[in-house]
Design a protein around this ligand. Structure first.
Ligand SMILES: C[S@@+](CC[C@H](N)C(=O)[O-])C[C@H]1O[C@@H](n2cnc3c(N)ncnc32)[C@H](O)[C@@H]1O
Length: 503
């Protein structure tokens, strides 16, 4: 049975995918009053499984003198979000999610091997496969969107990253969950140039992805101020911006554009403000002033519109190699910098419930925002841990819905310590498979939480040292140390034993 808004006028029915119908009333726009139905859609209140709702703190890391905190939570976001809604409703200023797109494929990570591109022998990062196709995908997204709405502050906003496969479905579903009046924008982000397979395919190159933006309530501007881009202006030989005019009064260069649809009243206001340029024949143009950057260059400042293809948000392949975590579907930091700076102020909280390689929470931490990341995948947690540790000032915790499993992986690995001074110990890891270690850290157990003292891992293709000298305070007995070791396939915790030459 299809459920929809019914009037005496028969509704239009538009097929949107196998088994999916959008029912739209005649004379109503798609965002005014429409509802997406699909086999398996459930409108029952979300039922928590209490046994899953224990979030245990597992790790604590602190580097430098941070003023904000970041929380990484390992587990299925449906359960974690239910807990967060109970703990801290209406507390998040900005949510960005980049969920699976409904592609039907498996994504991998080459992080541990340090190579840039993934191969089929690399560990699985996550599966984007749905029983029941798009219907299964929508049944997955629907309850999560409802929970995310409950976390937003009254002026909070949510960005949902998707592509041509599900953007139409998600936009209608989000209209229903957040209210059609709260739709703000569909941003088009260029993910690739129109080259190669894309350009040669039977349809136009699918080179853009969508980011749907809804707010919790209508109207208000986003908290961080409108994003802008500045473009350097080419100079003439004499060092003046090419094709520009000089305004004597303001001592500034400007470009011009036709008056377009400005009314006579607006032109009069602009004239009074010194913003009108008249050509020799008397045609009216609007002046756009350039600005001089700190390095002396003349730049044009423009407000960003919904087409995001400028250099600040270029895809990962055009970013510094050090940013590439080898995680399929990783997004560039520039994209998240724009979103986080636009939607929030320092001290606000940003949440990403599909954390992946941790781009959102890394950027949010660097920009002085509190951040929460959630992911169900082991690879996501270990990559994000290493990424966060690289930030000069950061405090973060890793929590889990269940304790990170102490997998019996590499039982032949062992950690030993040697005292080499009053408060200095040398910790070594050894064993036949020690070359498989991709990251390790030394910490101690504080009430069941692994308090990190030191951590090191491969951040794109460096060797991990197998020995470290640590200054540890006198209240930590060396035999309380616990070493956390990750290999490409799994992670484990080792109790540290004194080395044989210890008395
Ligand atoms: C497209 S990736 C996110 C990539 C991320 N934006 C980045 O820049 O690296 C989607 C992530 O969602 C995670 N995920 C999928 N289902 C999930 C669930 N039920 N709970 C938590 N995380 C989930 C996957 O493990 C994957 O890491």
């Amino acid at each position: 049975m299809w459920v929809g808004e019914r009037t005496t006028i028969p509704p239009y029915r538009a097929a949107a995918g196998d088994g999916i119908r959008i029912i739209i009333n005649r004379f109503m726009s798609i965002t005014d009053n429409s509802r997406l139905t699909w086999p398996g859609r459930s409108d029952r209140p979300i039922q928590a499984d209490p046994s899953m709702l224990v979030i245990a703190r597992c790790e604590h890391h602190r580097v430098g003198q941070p003023s904000t905190t970041t929380r990484l939570i390992h587990g299925d976001n449906l359960c974690v979000l239910q807990r967060l809604v109970a703990e801290r409703p209406k507390s998040v200023a900005c949510i960005y999610i980049d969920p699976p797109f409904g592609i039907g494929t498996v994504f991998r990570t080459s992080h541990a091997t340090g190579t840039r591109d993934t191969t089929t022998s690399d560990p699985i990062a996550y599966r984007d496969q749905w029983s029941g196709g798009i219907e299964g995908y929508l049944s997955f997204m629907h309850p999560r969107l409802i929970l995310l709405r409950e976390l937003l502050t009254s002026d909070g906003v949510i960005f949902v990253h998707c592509d041509w496969r599900a953007n139409a479905h998600l936009r209608i579903l989000m209209g229903e969950v957040f209210g059609p009046e709260n739709f703000r924008n569909e941003i088009l982000w260029r993910r690739a140039p129109n080259l190669g397979k894309q350009a040669a395919s039977n349809q136009l190159g699918r080179t853009f992805e969508s980011i749907l933006l809804f707010s919790r309530n209508p109207g208000k501007a986003l908290r961080g101020g409108h994003p802008e881009i500045t473009t350097p202006y080419p100079l003439t030989r004499a060092g003046h911006p090419k094709g520009c005019f000089f305004d004597e009064l303001r001592a500034c260069w400007y470009t011009t554009a036709p008056r377009g649809d400005y009314t006579d009243d607006s032109i009069a206001r602009l004239e009074a403000d010194g913003r009108i340029h008249r050509s020799a024949s008397g045609t009216v143009y609007i002046k756009y002033f350039l600005e001089q950057a700190a390095d002396g260059c003349w730049v044009k400042r423009q407000r960003v519109d919904t087409l995001w293809d400028d250099s600040a948000v270029r895809p990962l392949r055009h970013r510094p190699k050090s940013e590439d975590m080898g995680y399929d579907t990783q997004k560039p930091e520039g994209l998240l910098e724009r979103i986080v700076s636009w939607a929030t102020l320092p001290g606000d909280t940003v949440l990403d419930a599909f954390n992946g390689s941790g781009t959102t929470i890394t950027v949010a931490s660097k920009l002085g925002r509190n951040a929460i990341g959630i992911d169900v995948g082991d690879a996501s947690i270990s990559i994000t841990r290493r990424r966060l540790r690289e930030i000069p000032n950061v405090e973060f915790t890793i929590d889990a819905l269940h304790q990170v499993p102490e997998k019996a992986c590499n039982s032949e690995l062992q950690a030993t310590f040697k005292s080499i001074g009053e408060s200095t110990v040398q910790v070594d890891i050894s064993g036949p498979n020690v070359q498989d270690v991709t990251a390790w850290g030394v910490g101690c157990d504080v009430n069941g939480v692994w308090e990190c003292l030191w951590y090191s891992g491969i951040l794109r293709s460096s060797e991990v040292a197998k020995s470290v000298e640590l200054d540890i305070s006198s209240d930590i007995a060396p035999d309380r140390l616990i070493v956390h070791v990750e290999t490409q396939k799994n992670q484990t915790r080792l109790s540290v034993t004194p080395s044989p030459e210890m008395p």
